[in-house]
Design a protein around this ligand. Structure first.
Ligand SMILES: [Zn+2]
Length: 465
C-alpha cells in the first residue's frame, strides 16, 4: 500500500521515489500455481461478498426498524447499531471470523471453528479484498451524499463467479528502504517472480529493465495484482520509481515549435507544428477492423455450440483470445505513438475530446474504440510528465477542424465524412486532420487561464480495452 506520509519514500540506495509506475507481465504458471491462482481469486470474491452481505443485512435491519419506530411515533434510537465500513474494521472482523474467534464464525464438521481452507492461501488476499470492499462501499456512500461526480454509484455488486474477472492482490511486505533480496515480492532469477505462498512463478517477456531498476533502488514494488484475462494470467507490479534522469527530462534536440496532435478516426493521430509543417502521423489502429473477420467466425462458431457443452467452452475461449489479441496490438501501437511524440516534441497540444460521449454515438463507437483515442491522450499526459514535456489541453469547443489554417475563416458546414478541408475565403485545400493539427498547434491559452499541464494521478500501462 502507498504510504500516507506526504514526503515520497526513499530506496535502499537513497533515491527519492515519486513516480507511480506499473509493469505488467504475462505469467506461465505450472499446474500447482494455476490451482492456487484460482483459489486466491475465489477467496477474494468470497471475502468481498462476506462484507457486502453483512453491510446489506445491517442496512436493511436498520431501515425496517426505523420504519416501525416512525409508525409508532416513538422517537427512540434504532436498536441495531450501524456497522463501521472502514477498511481496518473489515480486516479485523474478517480475520477474527475466519480464524474462529468471533461469535458467528463458521463451525466445521469436526467441531473446529473458522474457515478451514483459508490457511493454504496468502493472508493478504483476504486483507486486500477487505480493503477493496471498504473502498467500494465508501464510493457508494460518497455518491449517495452527492460527494462524487458522474453517474451515481449503486450498492456494490456481489462478485459472481464467471461474471467478474478473476483477480486478486498481494502486498509487498517490505519498506522501500529494505534491500530487494529480503522483500516478499522479488525476482528470484530473470524469468521467475517470487510471490508469498506461491514460490517462484515463471514470467514471459524481458524483465531486465524492471530488475535493474529494483536492484539500483530506482523502483519499489508496493503490490502485485494477478488477473486472468481471456484465459491468461498476468501480473501487474505497481509501485513508485525515481524520476527519469535530468538529461532525459531536459533534452535539447526536441522540436521547439508547439506540435498539435489531432486524434483522428482514420489515422490514430495526425501531427503538425504551429508553422504548418506536418510533423509525424501514425496510421490508424485498424486492428479491430482487420480482426473483424476472425471475430465474426469465432462469434458464429460460438453461436452454433450447445449451451454448457465442452464445445461452447472452447468456442468462448477462442473468441476471448481474439479479443485479447486485438487489445494487445492496439495497446502496443498506442504506446509506440505516444512515446515517439514525447521523444520528439517539447510542447504538445491535444484536444480534450469527450471520448466517453463519442463512444455513446453508435455509428462512431467502433471506429473510436479502434482508434484508441482516450488511451492515446492518457499515455501522452503521463509520459510527458516523466520526460519533462509540456502538454497544453485545448477545451473541446475549440473549432480545430472547422477553422481554416490559412486565413482563420470558420466553416460551420463541415461534417465528419468530409475528409478534405477547402476554404471558400482563401482557396486553401488541405487534409482535414492536418488542418486541425495546425490549428491546435497555434492555440494559445487565454490570458486568464495559465498553461495547462495536467499531471495524471493514475498511471497504469493497462489498456482501456
Ligand atoms: Zn482560408
Amino acid at each position: 500500500m502507498a504510504p500516507t506520509s506526504a514526503s515520497p519514500p526513499t530506496s535502499h540506495s537513497v533515491q527519492v521515489l515519486s513516480r507511480p509506475v506499473t509493469f505488467q507481465f504475462a505469467l506461465d504458471p505450472n499446474a500447482q500455481h494455476r490451482i492456487l491462482l484460482a483459489k486466491c481469486a475465489g477467496a477474494r470474491r468470497y471475502t468481498v461478498n462476506h462484507h457486502l452481505a453483512r453491510v446489506k443485512a445491517n442496512l436493511e435491519a436498520r431501515s425496517t426498524e426505523r420504519d416501525v419506530l416512525s409508525e409508532s411515533g416513538d422517537p427512540c434510537e434504532v436498536p441495531t447499531p450501524s456497522l463501521s465500513w472502514a477498511a481496518f474494521s473489515f480486516i479485523n472482523e474478517f480475520n477474527a471470523w475466519k480464524n474462529g474467534e468471533s461469535e458467528d464464525s463458521p463451525v466445521n464438521e469436526d467441531g473446529t471453528r473458522g474457515l478451514a481452507w483459508c490457511h493454504d492461501l496468502p493472508g493478504d488476499v483476504f486483507e486486500c479484498a477487505s480493503v477493496d470492499a471498504a473502498r467500494a462501499l465508501e464510493n457508494f456512500s460518497a455518491s449517495r451524499r452527492g460527494k462524487r461526480t458522474g453517474a451515481p454509484d449503486g450498492f456494490p455488486r456481489f462478485q459472481a463467479k464467471g461474471k467478474v474477472m478473476p483477480s486478486f492482490r498481494l502486498r509487498n511486505r517490505a519498506t522501500s528502504g529494505q534491500a530487494p533480496s529480503s522483500q516478499s515480492i522479488r525476482f528470484s532469477d530473470p524469468s521467475h517472480l517470487r510471490l508469498p505462498r506461491f514460490g517462484p512463478v515463471k514470467l514471459f517477456g524481458p524483465t531486465r529493465k524492471v530488475r535493474r531498476m529494483i536492484d539500483a533502488g530506482r523502483f519499489h514494488v508496493y503490490s502485485a495484482t494477478l488477473t486472468q484475462r481471456a484465459g491468461r494470467w498476468t501480473v501487474s507490479l505497481t509501485g513508485v520509481a525515481a524520476e527519469l534522469h535530468q538529461a532525459e527530462r531536459s533534452r535539447t534536440n526536441r522540436h521547439a515549435v508547439p506540435v498539435g496532435v489531432d486524434r483522428g478516426i482514420i489515422s490514430l493521430c495526425v501531427c503538425a507544428d504551429a508553422n504548418g509543417v506536418p510533423f509525424e502521423s501514425f496510421e490508424g489502429v485498424k486492428t479491430l477492423k482487420q480482426a473483424q473477420a476472425s471475430l465474426k467466425a469465432a462469434n458464429q462458431a460460438l453461436a452454433r455450440t450447445t449451451p454448457r457443452s465442452q464445445g461452447r467452452q472452447r468456442a468462448r475461449a477462442r473468441l476471448a483470445k481474439t479479443h485479447r489479441k486485438v487489445a494487445n496490438t492496439r495497446r502496443h501501437l498506442v504506446h509506440q505513438a505516444s512515446r515517439a511524440l514525447v521523444d520528439r516534441a517539447q510542447v504538445l497540444v491535444i484536444e480534450d475530446l469527450n471520448v466517453a460521449g463519442m463512444v455513446r454515438n453508435r455509428h462512431l463507437a467502433k471506429s473510436i474504440s479502434d482508434a484508441a483515442m482516450g488511451e492515446l491522450s492518457r499515455q501522452i499526459l503521463y509520459k510527458a510528465r516523466w520526460h519533462g514535456v509540456e502538454v497544453r489541453v485545448v477545451d473541446r469547443y475549440f473549432p480545430s477542424s472547422k477553422t481554416c489554417s490559412g486565413c482563420g475563416e470558420v466553416r460551420n458546414d463541415l461534417d465528419l465524412s468530409t475528409r478534405t478541408y477547402s476554404c471558400g475565403a482563401c482557396g486553401l485545400v488541405i487534409d482535414r486532420d492536418l488542418n486541425a493539427a495546425i490549428n491546435l498547434a497555434r492555440w494559445r491559452p487565454k490570458e486568464s487561464s495559465a498553461v495547462t499541464l495536467v499531471v495524471p494521478t493514475r498511471v497504469l500501462l493497462l489498456s482501456t480495452a
